[in-house]
Design a protein around this ligand. Structure first.
Ligand SMILES: O=C(O)[C@@H](CO)OP(=O)(O)O
Length: 345
């Protein structure tokens, strides 16, 4: 039954067997990625071609976009034959990383780790702003941590997306949760984006520092000690996780669950945390443990990567939805943007 297939497609996203291809492709332009240790800026201009005038053409575009959003494709990983290898080399996908907006404990300067704290008003605004920056970039799948600040960020960002698909959290915790969250309309499913939540993407567990004020802790234990707990690679805070331990689970999750979706051509957004994202960036950019400890991520700033020819290419942080250059990173992104413009005109 088609419904069962769809639900299965959504439901197995976490086990990377089948996936709903709920999206089309993307666009792009000016970008300035801001990694504090390795900042750089990419500006690529792209002149838009003339728009289609007839409604027939518009209708054709809508159909083309719709058809890109309805395919249920098998995803296997690691590639086990030559056609998988070929797909890996030829497919292209966008990966957006967003650290959550400011949380109530960021505001109070408290160690947060795995404590589940929501966003402040400023954090909500940051998430909306992040959404505007990526509003023309295709998103087929969303991954967030299990923590509300990352989930709020993903959902608020998607309220700004021009494609207006509905992000829907998958509930796979038990059979009943799967059963009771089924969708019985194929059209509705095509207008949805599966959202997978995973505790492996959580912030590093800060052990006995969780809930303590960062400044007071530095005053008590010394600035150097606290800096070592916060920014060394392999020294954990008391009874907590080091960055290395956090990277072990976050990168394993990325490789096992997210990379296969990208390799199959899905465009993915990840909303997560300072340290789980630093871990993933360390993997994507092949940073050394020395380099990653100098990497700081701002709250609510989206960062874009393109997976092409099996390689991740860092494209910076889209500065805004309107800069023409933002849509010129790849041909398929530019095409997506153009189709979106024509469709929504
Ligand atoms: O408190 C935390 O959970 C993290 C992120 O806010 O702090 P740090 O800056 O030490 O990584």
């Amino acid at each position: 039954m088609a419904t069962a297939v769809f639900h299965q497609a959504l439901g197995t996203a976490q086990s990377h067997q089948h996936l709903q291809n709920s999206g089309s492709h993307l666009e792009f332009g000016n970008a300035s990625l801001k990694l504090i240790s390795k900042g750089f800026k990419v500006d690529i201009g792209l002149s838009r071609r003339g728009s289609y005038s007839s409604w027939k053409k518009k209708f054709g575009l809508i159909q083309a976009l719709a058809s890109q959003t309805s395919v249920v494709q098998p995803v296997s990983y690691p590639p086990n034959n030559s056609s998988d290898e070929l797909r890996k080399k030829s497919s292209e996908a966008a990966l957006i990383l967003i650290r959550h907006g400011e949380s109530l404990w960021n505001e109070k300067n408290l160690f947060t780790g795995c404590v589940d704290v929501p966003l402040t008003k400023k954090g909500v605004e940051e998430a909306i702003e992040a959404g505007k920056r990526i509003s023309n970039i295709p998103v087929d799948m969303i991954y967030t941590s299990a923590l509300i600040r990352a989930q709020m960020t993903a959902m608020l960002a998607m309220t700004q997306h021009r494609r207006k698909k509905v992000p829907i959290i998958l509930h796979n915790e038990n059979e009943q949760a799967r059963e009771w969250s089924q969708i019985f309309s194929e059209d509705t499913k095509k207008q949805s984006i599966p959202v997978v939540t995973a505790s492996q993407l959580n912030e590093r567990m800060y052990g006995e520092l969780q809930g303590l004020n960062k400044q007071e802790t530095a005053d008590r234990f010394g600035k150097e000690k606290v800096h070592e707990w916060r920014r060394s690679y392999d020294i954990p805070p008391p009874n907590g996780e080091s960055l290395e331990m956090c990277a072990e689970r976050a990168v394993a999750y990325f490789k096992d669950h997210i990379e296969p979706q990208l390799l199959s051509g899905k465009n993915v957004m990840i909303a997560a945390h300072g340290n789980s994202l630093r871990s993933i960036i360390m993997y994507l950019d092949k940073l050394t443990s020395q380099e990653v400890i100098n990497l700081e991520l701002s709250t609510g700033i989206p960062m874009l990567y393109i997976l092409k020819g099996g390689k991740f290419i860092r494209r910076g942080s889209p500065p805004g939805p309107t800069e023409a250059g933002v849509y010129a990173y790849t041909r398929s992104l530019a095409l997506y943007r153009q189709k979106l413009d024509d469709m929504l005109r």
